[in-house]
Write a protein that binds this ligand. Structure first.
Ligand SMILES: *[C@@H]1O[C@H](CO)[C@@H](O)[C@H](O)[C@H]1NC(C)=O
Length: 363
C-alpha cells in the first residue's frame, strides 16, 4: 500500500480527508483537499487517476516543439502526435526553439494554465561559438488553458546584456514565494567587452521570478560550480507529498555528464550530491527530464539525451537521489516502445480528459 505518502506532512484537514478517502488514497492525490495548492498536488497533478504522459521535445535537426503521447499508461512507450509534424513553430527570434519545457500552473493557475518555455536557438543559422557569445538573451513562452491549444507566443528578455546566451529555460511554481521560479544557463562577458569577443566566465544557472511569464525579476545566480560549467537544470518536487523536498538534475558541461542533487529544505536549502563531487548518473548525455511514474509514485523516470547519438533514452530509479547505476541506483529502461531521435524536452503526467483531448486534436 502507498497510503503513507498520502497523509504524511498533512494537517488536520488531510487527516480528515484520509478518513474519507483512505481506501482510494493511492489513486487520488492527497492534496485534492489542500487549500495551499487549490486541489492540485506539488507537481500540479489533478483529476486523478493519471492515465498517460505528454512529452514535448525538439528533434535533432528540427528546432520546433513536437508532442508525443504515451501508449496507454506506459511511461516508456510513446507515439508521435500530429503525424510527426511540429505542434509549435516559433515565429520570433531565431525562429527555432530547443529544449521545450512544459510548466505546470501553480497557485490560482493550478490546473488552469500551462506554459511551454524554450531556448531561442536555431543552430542551423549560426555557429556554436556565436550562439554562446551573442546568442539570444530571451526565452520563448507559449501558454495554454488545456494543454491542447498553445497561443500567445512571446520572446521575453530575461538576462543582462553581459550574458552570452540563455539556454534551456525551465520553471517551477515556488509555493513559498507564490510565484514561478524560472531558471536557465548563462555565461558572462566583462561589461567593457560589449561585443563579447573576450573570455567569458564559466556557465552557471541563473534564475528570476515571475507571476505571468511576461515580467521577470532581475536575474540572479542560483548554481555556480566555478570553474565547472553547468547547464540544463531541471527540478522535480519529490517525493510529491513531501513539502520542501526536491531533486535537481543538471549537466556538467565541462565533463559532459549528468548528475543529481537532493534537498529536503526547499529550493534554496541545502543540496546534497550523493556519492561526492564526481559522482554521476551517466556520461556523454545532457538535457535531463524527470517525471514521477503514474502507477508507482516511488519510481522516478529520467530521460537522458545522448546528444552524440540517438537522443533521449529512458532510465528509472526507486532511489532517485543516488548518482550511479546498478543496484540501488539508476537502470536503463527497455526501449522497445521508445522512439529514437527525441532531444531535450520534458514529460508531463496527464489524466484521461487531457489524453482524449490531445488525441482528438493532434492524434
Ligand atoms: C511498455 O511498453 C513497452 C514497449 O511496448 C513494453 O515492453 C512494456 O512491457 C510496457 N510496460 C507496461 C507496464 O505495460
Amino acid at each position: 500500500m502507498q497510503l503513507l505518502p498520502c497523509w504524511s506532512h498533512r494537517g488536520l484537514l488531510g487527516a480528515l480527508t484520509i478518513a474519507l478517502y483512505s481506501s482510494v488514497c493511492y489513486a487520488l492525490p492527497s492534496s485534492l483537499s489542500d487549500p495551499l495548492t487549490h486541489g492540485y498536488d506539488r507537481v500540479g497533478r489533478a483529476d486523478a487517476p493519471l492515465t498517460g504522459y505528454l512529452g514535448a521535445f525538439f528533434l535533432g535537426a528540427d528546432p520546433y516543439v513536437y508532442f508525443y503521447l504515451s501508449n496507454g499508461n506506459n511511461a516508456t512507450s510513446l507515439t508521435a502526435l500530429n503525424k510527426g509534424q511540429p505542434v509549435i513553430r516559433p515565429t520570433k527570434g531565431t525562429k527555432g526553439v530547443r529544449d521545450p519545457a512544459i510548466v505546470q500552473g501553480g497557485g490560482a493557475e493550478a490546473g488552469k494554465k500551462w506554459y511551454i518555455v524554450g531556448t531561442d536557438l536555431n543552430i542551423g543559422s549560426t555557429t556554436w561559438d556565436a550562439a554562446q557569445r551573442t546568442g539570444s538573451r530571451g526565452i520563448f513562452v507559449w501558454e495554454s488553458t488545456d494543454l491542447v491549444t498553445w497561443a500567445n507566443e512571446r520572446l521575453v528578455t530575461v538576462e543582462d546584456a553581459t550574458a552570452g546566451m540563455v539556454w534551456a529555460p525551465e520553471a517551477i511554481w515556488d509555493p513559498t514565494k507564490g510565484q514561478y521560479m524560472v531558471f536557465w544557463a548563462s555565461k558572462f562577458y566583462s561589461a567593457s567587452d560589449t561585443r563579447h569577443t573576450g573570455s567569458p566566465t564559466n556557465t552557471r544557472i541563473r534564475y528570476a521570478y515571475t507571476t505571468d511569464f511576461r515580467t521577470f525579476s532581475s536575474p540572479q545566480t542560483y548554481i555556480n560550480k566555478s570553474p565547472t560549467d553547468i547547464i540544463d537544470l531541471t527540478i522535480l518536487p519529490y517525493p510529491p507529498s513531501t513539502p520542501d523536498s526536491f531533486l535537481r538534475f543538471m549537466k556538467d558541461e565541462t565533463a559532459k555528464t549528468v548528475f543529481v542533487e537532493s534537498s529536503t529544505t526547499g529550493l534554496f536549502g541545502t543540496w546534497t550530491r550523493q556519492g561526492g563531487a564526481s559522482a554521476v548518473i551517466e556520461k556523454g548525455v545532457e538535457g535531463p527530464a524527470a517525471y514521477v511514474d503514474n502507477l508507482d509514485p516511488g519510481k522516478v523516470r529520467l530521460l537522458l539525451d545522448f546528444y552524440g547519438g540517438d537522443g533521449y533514452r529512458p532510465y528509472e530509479s526507486k532511489s532517485p537521489a543516488v548518482n550511479g547505476q546498478g543496484s540501488g541506483g539508476w537502470t536503463a529502461s527497455g526501449r522497445g516502445g521508445w522512439p529514437s531521435g527525441l532531444r531535450h524536452g520534458s514529460v508531463l503526467p496527464i489524466n484521461q480528459a487531457v489524453v482524449d483531448a490531445l488525441k482528438k486534436r493532434w492524434g
